[in-house]
Design a binder for this molecule. Structure first.
Ligand SMILES: [Zn+2]
Length: 447
């Protein structure tokens, strides 16, 4: 009798190299002819604002079906690969694996939803091992079990996207990625359902990661066909032995679901806050922009950091009294600053009128009047007529901001950020389940 097995793993990589998706691809190569896949491998990005993470806080889930003995074989492969290929020498790499048979318990789905924005302890995740169909394996501290279960519990029922990843030969890890960059620009133009290939604003190619990791390209898009098409159109100048397509919650804003009043904010969560601007934005050393917001429960500083480039310039135009919804991660208080929201996205819901006061004109000679002193009205500098009762004119200055949403440029966006181009896209309802997953996977494995 065939059974379903969900496999999750996380925290196998380090800042120096390796990559959880690479490990997943190696595992898929070993097991794909033993079992059938119920979905593409899932790449699940979790709360990007927690302190313990490597690059993007991404975990992987594989959902497979097969005979008991084949599933046991898969488990062995996963354990062996995670054990031998994780960067366990790095003190910040603490891999974890989770296996869930058949139905995913609703408690794990709830854990996964919370893992998108909250901070969860290893202990809390470990408690799931008391479920009869859940198995948990920790390496070192085993922090990865939080993400492993988080990935399993997120079957991507809502909005999602795809990412096509290609991997380099190990001998090239750490060297410059060689590619005909013109081919990236033309692939971008020919595949309208891919996105974030090039940041045209800063003329920066986005599909090539910069680190020493095995990933050569990452192409994001709305459909499997489109990301594969874009990959077929680019011209890498080195041999790429492996590729895989992941279904993912990247670019869906899934980490912003929870609204908070300011008094309830706590470090490292991803939060939505409705508030009013309470101080004029100003730049601090390092070109970071700071302003504060308040609601009926308190006030908090907000920051748009230097890497967000022109986003800072836009937010610098905010005025006291503007009503905003801030989406961001909470930085704890430190020696030189209070608890602060790192602004990832900001929606303006109401703009105050910006006005300035101007002296009126003389009704005799039309010269601009001068103040006659505090509370003494005005005096004409030309004909000396005095105007005791006259008040200054209030002049409206047009605002340089509009209602609506503001985002940092692509180069400064997070994996989870829903880019402008996806604003009206939502794959929840637009895509039918893909039937030929296993033949596509076989094709990808064949390379
Ligand atoms: Zn006059």
């Amino acid at each position: 009798m065939k059974k379903v097995l969900h496999i999750g793993f996380d925290d196998t990589d380090s800042l120096r190299g390796s990559c959880t998706t690479h490990l997943a691809t190696l595992i898929i190569h070993e097991i794909f002819d033993q079992v059938s896949f119920l979905d593409f491998p899932n790449l699940i990005r979790l709360n990007p604002n927690i302190p313990y993470k490597t690059r993007g806080n991404g975990a992987v889930a594989l959902r497979i079906e097969g005979e008991e003995k084949n599933l046991e074989y898969c488990k062995e492969i996963v354990i062996e690969k995670v054990k031998n290929l994780s960067e366990v020498d790095d003190e910040n790499t603490n891999p974890g694996i989770a296996f869930v048979e058949d139905k995913i318990p609703k408690e794990i789905i709830a854990h996964s939803q919370r893992a998108m924005w909250d901070v969860i302890s290893i202990k809390e995740a470990e408690d799931f091992s008391s479920f009869p169909n859940v198995e948990i394996i920790k390496f070192k501290l085993g922090r990865g079990i939080i993400g492993a279960l988080g990935a399993i519990g997120n079957p991507l029922k809502g909005d999602f996207t795809y990412e096509h990843l290609s991997y380099r030969e190990p001998k090239n890890f750490g060297t410059k990625r060689l590619i005909d960059s013109e081919s990236i620009y033309s692939a971008d133009k020919e595949t309208p359902l891919t996105f974030n290939n090039v940041d045209y604003e800063y003329n920066s190619i986005m599909i090539l990661p910069r680190g020493a990791d095995p990933v050569f390209t990452g192409i994001r898009g709305e459909t499997v066909e489109e990301v594969r098409k874009a990959y077929s159109l680019i011209r890498p100048l080195e041999k790429l032995p492996m590729q895989m397509v992941f279904r993912t919650n990247q670019h869906t804003n899934q980490h912003f679901t929870e609204k908070f009043s300011i008094d309830k904010l706590k470090p490292y969560i991803s939060a939505i806050v409705d508030a009013e601007v309470t101080s004029k934005p100003f730049y601090i050393e390092g070109s970071h922009l700071i302003f504060s917001i308040g609601d009926t429960t308190g006030k908090i500083d907000c920051a748009a950091y230097e890497p967000t480039k022109r986003f800072r310039g836009q937010l610098s135009k905010l005025l006291i009294g503007d009503k905003v919804t801030v989406f961001g991660g909470i930085r704890p208080a430190e020696k030189n600053h209070q608890m602060t929201i790192n602004v990832e996205r900001l929606k303006i819901t109401e703009l105050v009128k910006n006005t300035k006061l101007e002296n009126p004109f003389c009704s005799n000679c039309h010269a601009r009047l001068k103040s006659a002193g505090k509370n003494k009205g005005f005096k004409c500098p030309k004909c000396s007529t005095k105007y005791r009762e006259l008040l200054p004119n209030e002049i409206e200055i047009p605002r340089e901001l509009n209602l609506g949403e503001y985002l940092p440029p692509m180069i400064a966006q997070r994996h989870l950020t829903k880019p402008q181009v996806r604003e009206n896209r939502d794959n929840t309802t637009t895509q039918k389940p893909i039937k030929d997953i296993n033949s596509i996977l076989a094709d990808l494995v064949k390379n």
